[in-house]
Design a protein around this ligand. Structure first.
Ligand code: AMP
Ligand code: GLY
Length: 425
């Protein structure tokens, strides 16, 4: 089979790597891809939102299946565009990807179907939001309704912060059109878990759990980022919690979407908070997480193509989804200054050492890299997701941090406490 991936980050590199292990896959294409992806796939210079060009390329090159891995094209209707042209694409259609594309939609859905989540109010009118910020209970969480690269969430502990947040999102439109609507949410406390699931419209099968580290600096300080590191599985996500989540969150969400005439087929990502009152939904994403994919897919035993097909054909109930009984940790190597200002274009050294250890479970998944005449250079805020497996989480963490030392580039930055929570388990 010939498979094309839409996207260009560490998640897409991980998907490409996983596909490269499938005996069913002859050739992998990626639009637009990156330096690392180019080593195992043919990178195609087509943008993630250029659906017409993607479809034309798929037709001309006999692509059998396209995996749409990123939020923007999913929400924008990439899968619909492929299907309209009679082509196969993996991922939810736009009417289901709205679960990620609109936080107001997802909150209303949860309310209607009794799925546990934080109490909330939606706002379209800035004056009403200003009035709310003056008197609401603190802390409060304000979220831009639409896609904002994971940055449209503002947690406000003081009245001033709350009032400023409304201006940032709704008046100054710092997250652009994502701020046309805003959700105000009750602040929850507890441990966060990311649970990714395959869904075929009816059946939901979860992958091994993971935990992300969203803040830029150690001890969860600094700005929110796309994710600075992950580990899998989460020791806090017990079998008992899983049963509760399946009964109160996963299956009800999938059933609700079907009942709404928006059957969800693809990867559904449940961002959960394990609160005192039980697990609650923080957010839904309509795709693999990044960098969750980097610790989950290397541990998945199934052929990814088989599972994607089962999701599209509605036969997921017949799939026995299995994961290795080990652990993985991913430490993101970023450019110093991310997520604000950072320089690019520095040569990356040491990738060969990681490659030489791949059969021992070490990987460098590329996020922002580019191939140049001088070699691979940094080309983004997040540069690499250095991932390692281990028999236990502690071993995987030690291995991942050892591998970060093999790699060097100017302005290399990372958190040193990825997986620290493991010690509390
Ligand atoms: P989201 O993109 O909605 O997952 O929000 C990003 C991050 O903000 C989450 O991973 C949480 O750490 C935090 N967050 C979001 N909503 C809440 C909430 N209601 N209470 C506490 N923290 C939250
Ligand atoms: N790591 C969180 C996300 O992919 O949205």
């Amino acid at each position: 089979m010939k498979i094309m991936i839409i996207g260009s980050g560490g998640r897409e590199h991980t998907i490409a790597w996983k596909l490269s292990k499938s005996p069913r896959v002859e050739e992998i294409y990626c639009a637009p891809g990156n330096g690392g992806i180019g080593e195992i796939a043919r990178c195609v210079p087509i943008g993630v939102m250029e659906f017409d060009k993607q479809v034309a390329f798929a037709k001309e090159n006999g692509i059998d299946l396209t995996i749409v891995a990123m939020d923007d094209p999913l929400v924008g209707g990439a899968v619909d565009a492929f299907e309209a042209a009679g082509l196969k694409a993996f991922g939810p259609r736009a009417n289901a990807a709205v679960l990620e594309g609109s936080k107001a939609f997802s909150k209303d859905l949860m309310k209607k179907y009794g799925i546990p989540t934080a109490g909330y109010e939606n706002f379209t009118d800035v004056e009403a939001a200003r009035a709310y910020a003056k008197s609401c209970k603190l802390p409060v969480v304000f979220k831009a309704d639409g896609l904002a690269l994971g940055k449209g969430v503002l947690i406000c502990h003081t009245r001033e912060e709350a009032q400023k947040a409304v201006e940032t999102i709704m008046a100054d439109r710092q997250f652009g059109e994502a701020g046309n609507r805003m959700v105000a949410e009750e602040f929850m406390t507890g441990r966060e878990v990311s649970v990714l699931a395959f869904v075929d419209g009816r059946t939901v099968k979860v992958m091994s759990s993971a935990q992300d580290h969203k803040r830029a600096k150690d001890n969860d300080q600094g700005l929110n980022t796309g994710g600075m590191g992950t580990f899998s599985p989460s020791p806090f996500y017990t079998k008992e919690i899983h049963e509760i989540c399946h009964r109160t969150i996963y299956q009800p969400t999938v059933d609700a979407m079907r009942a709404e005439g928006r059957p969800f087929q693809g990867v559904l990502f449940f961002g959960l908070m394990l609160t005192q009152e039980g697990p609650k939904v923080l957010e839904y994403n309509a795709r693999f997480g990044d960098p969750e994919a980097q610790v989950v897919l290397p541990r998945m035993k199934n052929d990814l193509v088989d599972v994607c097909e089962a999701c599209m054909e509605g036969t997921l109930d017949q799939v026995d989804l299995t994961f290795e009984e080990n652990a993985a940790v991913c430490v993101v190597l970023a450019s110093d200054g991310y997520p604000v200002h950072y320089e690019k274009g520095f040569v990356i050294h040491g990738l060969d050492t990681v490659k030489a250890h791949e059969d021992q479970g070490y990987y460098a998944f590329h996020a922002g890299t580019k191939k140049t005449e001088e070699g691979l250079v940094t080309n983004g805020g997040r540069v690499l997701g250095v991932t390692a497996k281990g028999a236990t989480l502690k071993e995987a963490r030690a291995n991942a941090y050892r591998a970060t030392e093999w790699i060097s580039f100017e302005n290399k930055y990372m958190r040193h406490d990825i997986g620290k929570a493991i010690d509390e388990a």
